[in-house]
Write a protein that binds this ligand. Structure first.
Ligand SMILES: [Zn+2]
Length: 275
């Protein structure tokens, strides 16, 4: 089963939705040849612990984006909508063999409105406004197959708002990543309740902007996966993107040595490992 088979915005989404249900009964074949473009592993491991790393905040010519895409490992790139390089980054990520998701700006408890950028979801919006905005944001990102929240401690704990977002995710056949920026986030619970594929972030990789800190967090991600079969981490591009990239690169040999496979978020969701 090849991720690269997904083409086009809506085609990709629909196909992903179909795959999610199909994968309940299908086992992965290890005999599928790698894609010609084959920079990154397209074949899923048949067994063993796996981790997915999401890189947030792409779309605004952020520092470190090219470095992340150059990693010879499957990554999941979360791109903010309606920014100068939103489309360009999505296309580059797809070309590199990475997975593209929408990094949906959502209102935080604290912080400036300007930090959210365009396409944001706030709690003052009506149900119709929220749904329309999420549709527009998804439409703005080519190859999108999922969404996670940017900031969002306020909006993600508001069940009405989350229900509207998950509704559109269901309509479009895209998965939900609960970034869990708040203990009260309802993203995962509502997605589960509504039967939308989802996963919850387990480890933040770069709260401290130093490669040694990032490396330590990657170790935690690996240990978490070895204990429970899978884990999902979130890092960032931007001002401190170089230290995140460096920390991840440093740990690649360790990840291999521990027998943990790096996969895209959809690979974890499809196998139902997050349940
Ligand atoms: Zn963000």
């Amino acid at each position: 089963m090849k991720i690269a088979a997904t083409r086009g915005v809506h085609g990709g989404q629909k196909r992903f939705a179909a795959l999610v249900s199909a994968m309940c009964v299908l086992a992965y074949s290890t005999s599928v040849p790698a894609q010609a473009a084959g920079l990154k592993e397209k074949i899923l491991p048949s067994a063993g612990p796996r981790i997915a790393i999401i890189i947030d905040d792409a779309g605004n010519h952020m520092l470190g984006t090219k470095d992340i895409l150059s990693l010879k490992r499957p990554m999941t790139v979360a791109i903010m909508p309606f920014l100068p390089s939103s489309k360009e980054d999505a296309i580059a990520a797809h070309k590199a063999g990475d997975e593209v998701i929408l990094h949906l700006p959502m209102e935080p408890m604290r912080g400036k409105r300007s930090w959210l950028g365009p396409g944001a979801i706030t709690t003052s919006m009506s149900d119709a406004e929220i749904k329309e905005q999420v549709r527009k944001d998804l439409d703005n990102i080519p190859y999108v197959v999922g969404l996670n929240n940017h900031m969002g401690s306020k909006a993600s704990s508001d069940e009405r708002v989350v229900r509207d977002i998950v509704n559109v995710a269901k309509e479009r056949g895209v998965y939900i990543v609960d970034s869990a920026t708040s203990m009260k986030s309802k993203m995962a619970t509502v997605a589960r309740e509504m039967g939308v594929p989802y996963v919850k972030r387990r480890v933040f990789l770069d709260d401290v902007h130093r490669p040694d800190f990032v490396a330590r967090q990657v170790r935690q991600l690996v240990e978490d996966a070895r204990a429970s079969g899978w884990s999902v981490g979130i890092g960032h591009v931007g001002k401190f993107g170089a230290s995140t990239y460096k920390g991840i690169v440093e740990m690649l040999p360790y990840i291999d040595k521990e027998g943990v496979k790096m996969v895209r978020v959809s690979d974890i969701i499809r196998q139902g490992m997050n349940k």
